[in-house]
Design a binder for this molecule. Structure first.
Ligand SMILES: CC(C)(COP(=O)(O)OP(=O)(O)OC[C@H]1O[C@@H](n2cnc3c(N)ncnc32)[C@H](O)[C@@H]1OP(=O)(O)O)[C@@H](O)C(=O)NCCC(=O)NCCS
Length: 162
């Protein structure tokens, strides 16, 4: 399932991620099975699948970096084109944030390619803002990415003053 969704996302939106379709397909299916099994029990790395009417239709990963700062990230977000604008993306991000918060995160980060205006607007709408960090994509060096961040309780705090 993880491989199927990851492949579908890269086929649909190859420039949306700092990754390539060929890279995902070349990975042994066993690698995805092992990752899914590990995600089910891990406290540092997991993924959530969006189901609509019983069908898998979206994906997000949530993880803590291994570096000492141990920052929390959401990444590899994708919603199938047929079910966009139905708040599936928002549900995935909020679910991933809840899990990261339950594991101790107070700040949530996301790298977004500068060219992905849709994702940039989507994350901004959910309360993320640019940190000032800007870097070349490791997988696609001619692509630049911006690091976004929000507080776990950022949206709730915003709502309380409105
Ligand atoms: C980004 C993405 C996950 C959003 O998923 P979604 O389920 O459509 O998002 P939601 O329904 O929760 O949208 C919430 C809001 O985000 C913003 N948004 C979503 N798509 C947008 C678009 N194409 N243009 C501008 N804003 C958009 C809007 O404010 C939207 O609210 P609205 O539908 O009332 O206009 C989806 O477009 C996607 O999978 N894109 C391809 C993969 C990708 O870019 N992933 C991110 C990699 S960093």
């Amino acid at each position: 399932m993880l491989r199927q969704l990851r492949t579908a996302s890269l086929r649909d939106a190859p420039h949306a991620f700092g990754d390539t379709h060929d890279g995902a397909l070349s990975d042994d299916p066993d690698v995805f099975d092992a990752a899914a099994a590990q995600h089910a029990v891990s406290h540092t790395d997991t993924s959530f699948i969006l189901y609509t009417e019983g069908h898998p239709a979206g994906l997000i990963s949530a993880c803590f970096e291994s570096a000492a700062a141990h920052r929390a990230f959401v990444q590899a977000l994708w919603v199938a084109p047929a079910v966009r604008h139905l708040r599936g993306g928002e549900l995935l991000v909020n679910t991933a944030i809840e899990w990261l918060a339950s594991e101790g995160a107070t700040l949530i980060h996301a790298w977004v390619p500068d060219a992905n205006v849709t994702a940039m607007r989507f994350y901004e709408r959910l309360g993320f803002a640019a940190t000032g960090d800007h870097a070349r994509s490791r997988q696609v060096p001619d692509q630049w990415e911006t690091l976004l961040m929000r507080e776990v309780r950022g949206r709730a705090a915003l709502a309380s003053v409105q």
